[in-house]
Design a protein around this ligand. Structure first.
Ligand SMILES: Nc1nc2c(c(=O)[nH]1)N[C@@H](CN(C=O)c1ccc(C(=O)N[C@@H](CCC(=O)O)C(=O)O)cc1)CN2
Length: 281
């Protein structure tokens, strides 16, 4: 029997707690405010932004829309970020990724004031995370840590294998797992004999962006499988990076797609926006 790691349920619980924290802030005359920067017309990004804004509204976090055409120059985006940095009503700044081709993502992220970097992508925040002194952490790995804690999954001394080394998930996940005293292995597109490595793991975090890339035989029966993937298969169905049909019922714990890691990402975004607002008191 595989236990489902229900991110949707936990994210709803977290959002209920956040509503209360927003009420406390409002009593002090503060409305937490998230500035959203969306450049271009990537359909997936438009859906994610819509979901983020909807969740923010439910919790009581105000959002400020900044929707720019794909033709916007890098310097224009950076100028917008500088103005949001200087806007006292803005607590968090979110730049939806990916940015259109030709825009240097690193330069844009580095323009965000680290104290308003609600996505935790600024090198200063990533550096602090690796020093175990993190304040603002990338939302997806942060959500995964909350989900594992909720289900009492111990990490101290456990073998954790991270499949994928992206800036959004794999890289910060390394830091968080090390901070939790796990023994961490990172695998990527150049890794040989991947199956031999994942089969030894107590926890496997898969973030490669390839539909159903890992099948059930990549995991041992006691494994905890965290699927960060969000892909459309040939039939247009939303599937993860792990093949659910061959994995479910073969491992101890697994996140569903949808309803696993995705909703936790949004809950963490709102939590961090509120934390920044609370620090302003
Ligand atoms: N600035 C950022 N950009 C991106 C991030 C990020 O954390 N910050 N992560 C991803 C996309 N992402 C958030 O932006 C994200 C993806 C998916 C979900 C989600 O809730 N998914 C649902 C299913 C949604 C659907 O039906 O399509 C689920 O898993 O249940 C939330 C956030 C890239 N860019």
């Amino acid at each position: 029997m595989t236990t489902k790691l229900d991110g949707k349920k936990l994210s709803n619980e977290i959002k209920e707690e956040l509503k209360e924290r927003v009420r406390c802030l409002q009593d002090k005359g503060i409305t937490p405010c998230l500035a959203v920067v969306l450049v271009g017309d990537d359909p997936a990004s438009q859906v994610y932004i819509r979901n983020k804004k909807r969740a923010a509204q439910k919790v009581g976090v105000k959002t400020l829309d900044n929707v720019l055409p794909a033709s916007t120059s890098e310097n224009e985006i950076i100028d917008l970020i500088y103005s949001l940095n200087n806007d006292p009503q803005v607590h968090g700044i979110l730049v939806q990724l990916p940015l259109p081709q030709g825009i240097n993502e690193d330069r844009v992220i580095q323009a965000i004031l680290p104290s308003k970097d609600v996505d935790g992508f600024h090198p200063q925040n990533i550096g602090k995370l690796f020093m175990n002194k993190g304040e603002l952490a990338p939302c997806t790995p942060n959500g995964i840590m909350h989900l594992l804690a909720k289900y009492d999954i111990q990490l101290d001394g456990k073998r954790v294998v991270i499949v994928g080394r992206s800036k959004i998930v794999g890289m910060p996940m390394i830091a968080m797992m090390l901070n939790a005293n796990a023994t961490v292995t990172v695998t990527h597109s150049h890794t040989q004999n991947l199956k031999e490595i994942t089969r030894e793991a107590d926890v496997v975090i898969v973030a490669v962006g390839k539909a159903e890339f890992l099948t059930g035989d990549y995991f041992k029966p006691s494994a905890v499988v965290i699927d960060v993937g969000m892909n459309r298969n040939e039939a247009g169905k939303l599937v993860g990076d792990v093949e659910a049909a061959s994995t479910a019922d073969k491992v101890a714990f697994m996140t569903p797609v949808p309803g696993g890691v995705g909703p936790m990402t949004i809950a963490m975004l709102l939590k961090q926006t509120i934390e920044i607002a609370e620090r302003s008191i």
